[in-house]
Design a protein around this ligand. Sequence first.
Ligand code: UD1
Length: 422
Amino acid sequence: MDSILVKGGAALNGQIAIAGAKNACLTLMPATLLSEEPLTLTNAPRLSDIKTMTTLLQSLGAEACSMQDGQVLALSSHDIHNHTADYDIVRKMRASILVLGPMLARDGHAVVSLPGGCAIGARPVDLHLQALEALGADLDLRDGYVHAKAPGGLKGGTVDFPIVSVGATENVLMAATLAKGTTVIKNAAREPEIVDLADCLRRMGAQIEGDGTDTITVQGVDRLGAATHPVVADRIELGTYMLAPAIAGGEVELLGGRIDLVEAFCEKLDAAGVSVTETEKGLKVSRKNGRIGAVDVVTEPFPGFPTDLQAQMMALMCTAEGTSVLEERIFENRFMHAPELMRMGARIDVHGGTATVHGVEKLRGAKVMATDLRASVSLILAGLAAEGETLVGRVYHLDRGYERLEAKLSACGAQVERVSTK
Ligand code: UD1
């Protein structure tokens, strides 16, 4: 099994190109199921989660092939012959639930396995299901599967989410494009990935207004057509690599980075003593002066501080001057990186959804274990700042969301390599 070996202490200088967003691509790909005509996605990230979604779409009868070294995905769903998303694929990746809305909207029936729990909490799909019911879907849960029907097609309706859900907003947004009449989605997620999905659906012929706000209105159409769409930049990959020079020193330019994707995060970096400036090609990041200061963070839906950057921010706070409080409000079990960071000398107290981090002057390299995608990269960031060697195990988590991480960091002078361990 592969591990990542980080030799700490080197400052980072250079450029890192930001890939297309994993989370955007994972919702854009199922959009192919809405149309009989081709959907081409450019700027796709090369990640194992994208391969898993490709396998799922192919299992349904879609054609999916990757070109240009995986950066272009050519998808076509003219012949969907299987309407069941099997447990063996869905359990690997929760985003698989996103095939439910599109299949149901186009063909009037779909069977999708329930995803089950995951490392960062129970993560139910009740909101996805309630939203589709509001569009007239008839749902039956049995044998671990959702059996969904809408024999006469879905009908526009009002969906009012009790809490903001990115995935449920995406599922019902896709479904509503082919529902008869008007759908209003209230308390919708406002993430850039939702706006990217709406842009792509509009290119396919959908009528959508209000994406990027908390109320999205969709006027259903009879059919959607072909489209080519570039995947938006990955704000989580961007934020992660912005933290690399913040934690290790040096100056790195993030090519394709945009402030509007990471505004709340940039405010915290500024307060901690990290300089972020816009350049022609992206964003340049370095430490202002001296040691990083402690800042408090509360995770919230966009435009708030993203939960997917909480673990990485904690790594930075481990070496900050003073005490910071990180409150996780999106997922109930998302501090599994804390005990691993403590193996590296960090001082962290976790109580429920709150972690109190007492900054130390130096972390020390250690053998640590990745527990989920963002947790694993937080350990690599910590390793960049630590004295000695850090060996991060279970890197298959990392490969789900970071393409060529070792190459990107090494090009800036970091000592990071993939090694085979038993
Ligand atoms: C997406 C992202 C994930 C990110 C998360 C929050 C993808 C593939 N994944 O996940 O990286 O961390 O947004 O920004 O885009 N909930 C329910 N019932 C539901 C759905 C969600 O109770 O039916 C709860 C969740 O348990 C969680 C909260 O709502 O507490 C928000 O989750 P949600 O926004 O749905 O996250 P995902 O779409 O799964």
